[in-house]
Design a protein around this ligand. Structure first.
Ligand code: MAN
Length: 511
């Protein structure tokens, strides 16, 4: 303590001597004061000085740095530890000047992190050599490395961005070909749909059974019967009319031959005249109705029916054409009963339910099902592509698109932690099963968020926040769990690097 006091006295004496010299009140004269503040440490004409924060307190200037705290703001003791709230200025020449709390002055510890020049320990209690030069060298080496990393990181980022660009463009190609595929698939589905309708119609016309009383075939057959009845009534009527015309013509021919032209009977004369005119009108030997009647032949009916898919050899249509329509149901019930009897007695194979449908219908149904499945798959693919290309944020310049699926890990405590970009974060114990710490959710600024991980016991679902900074490589630096089941990963990635200034870039001659 005695040593300390005498040292302080010596320091004060130095100050006072310099004061007395009068001429040089250099900034160095006041220990612990920054050069820019030295002007505040000048005595007035009477050799007094006022505390900086309390101007009403005036003390003799000789009490500045006398190791006794006079000012409530500690401003009178910038170079000693007398005031607990004061600050000591370390010049750190050659490095960066800094301020240290007064309490650390002459405390016997070299605070190199703040005072690399060791000036905070001036009373000789401990010798702190000046390390500013080597610290400056080390720092500038580190800075150079950082700048180099920044340049390399930026280069790596440029590569990622160009990869992301080509990924996007190939996805856009895929999108347009998928759109074309979807058009085709829709067309195919429409075709298959129409084919099924046709096949079902055919099948309905072919399948006359107890349940197909109103079937197309039955309706056509009944219409044919109507046409046939109309045709015979029509032909009968023609025959009758032909007989009448014949008889009338005979009467008129007799009248023409037998009448007495000398007898002045106007009525007879006019009738003969009209008959002669009638004879002059030409007559078609094969009138149209004869052709029409021939058209209505039964062979033609059969041709027509088979062109609509009705097979006259097919038992259903054949029998239904032979029996009155009111009997059809009864007939098929009997056929079905007979069939069941034969099946039950093992004389006939059981009909599969699919047999109830025609093969054409089955094929058309399968084709329709397949084409619907195709439409659905292609539509899903299209939706995914559109979402990926236009609704998902992959960071500035799409850069994280290029990192999708890339993984990194680090060992921390009892676990290995893994991060896969755009996918998941995982906690892997050295033995036992992995725990899902979240699925990729979003990018926000310099953070990635992974959410909806495995549920925490008695707590929320696990989630991970990734804090990113620029680095040449993707590296998982550290993992912590600031709150239970909420994880914090710190990583470096080139994705976060920004363009270095031209000066830095030139120095590294890299870009
Ligand atoms: C496991 C790990 C831990 C977590 C606890 C919560 O031990 O996933 O990180 O804190 O479960 O119960």
């Amino acid at each position: 303590m005695i040593l300390r006091s005498s040292l302080v006295l010596m320091a004060v004496a130095v100050d006072v001597l310099i004061d007395l010299a009068g001429a040089i009140k250099t900034p160095t004269a006041i220990r612990g004061v920054a050069p820019k503040d030295i002007e505040f440490y000048q005595p007035d004409q009477s050799g007094n000085w006022a505390c900086l924060g309390n101007l009403e307190i005036v003390i003799p200037f000789s009490r500045v740095n006398d190791d006794y705290c006079d000012c409530p703001d500690g401003s009178d003791e910038p170079g000693t530890s007398a005031c607990a709230n004061g600050y000591f200025f370390c010049k750190n020449i050659g490095y960066t000047a800094q301020i240290i709390p007064s309490t650390k002055v002459n405390d016997g510890i070299c605070d190199y992190d703040v005072c690399c020049d060791g000036s905070d320990e001036w009373n000789g209690l401990i010798r702190c050599e000046n390390k500013c030069k080597e610290m400056a060298t080390e720092t500038s080496k580190k800075e150079a490395e950082m700048r180099k990393a920044q340049v390399a990181g930026w280069r790596a980022r440029l590569k990622l961005v160009s990869k992301a660009k080509s990924m996007r463009s190939s996805l856009e190609h895929e999108l347009s070909s998928t759109r074309a595929q979807l058009d085709n698939a829709n067309e195919q589905q429409e075709k298959a749909d129409n084919q099924l309708k046709v096949a079902e119609l055919r099948s309905t016309t072919q399948a006359a059974g107890p349940s197909s009383k109103d079937s197309f075939a039955e309706n056509v057959l009944s219409r044919l019967q109507d046409y046939r009845a109309a045709k015979s009534a029509f032909l009968k009527r023609i025959e009758e009319l032909e007989l009448r015309v014949q008889a009338t013509e005979e009467i008129l021919a007799n009248l023409k031959n037998d009448y007495n032209p000398n007898y002045n009977d106007e009525g007879v004369k006019n009738a003969v005249k009209a008959y002669n005119q009638l004879l002059e009108i030409p007559i078609d030997d094969t009138p149209e109705y004869v052709q029409f009647a021939n058209e209505l032949s039964e062979e033609k009916d059969e041709t027509l029916m088979s062109s609509r898919g009705v097979n006259f050899d097919n038992d259903t249509a054949y029998y239904s054409s032979l029996i009155p329509s009111s009997w059809i149901k009864f007939f098929f019930v009997k056929v079905s009963e007979l069939r069941n009897f034969l099946v039950q007695n093992g004389l006939l194979a059981e009909r599969l339910s699919s047999d109830l449908e025609s093969r054409d219908v089955q094929t058309a149904k399968t084709e329709l099902k397949e084409s619907k499945k195709l439409v659905k798959n292609v539509q899903n693919k299209l939706d995914k592509l559109e979402k990926d290309l236009y609704k998902t944020f992959y960071g500035q310049d799409d850069v994280f698109r290029a990192l999708q699926g890339e993984c990194m890990d680090v060992e921390s405590g009892d676990y290995i932690y893994e991060l896969c970009f755009g996918e998941k974060t995982v906690q892997k114990p050295k033995s036992g099963s992995n725990t899902n710490l979240g699925a990729f959710d979003r990018i926000e600024g310099d953070k990635l968020y992974f959410t909806r991980g495995a549920k925490c016991w008695n707590g929320p679902h696990r989630s991970t926040t990734i804090v990113m900074e620029c680095g040449e490589k993707n590296r998982l630096l550290s993992v912590s769990e600031p709150a239970m089941c909420e994880y914090l990963f710190k990583i470096t990635t080139p994705a976060m690097c920004t363009k270095p200034s031209d000066k830095i870039a030139q120095n590294h001659d890299e870009l």
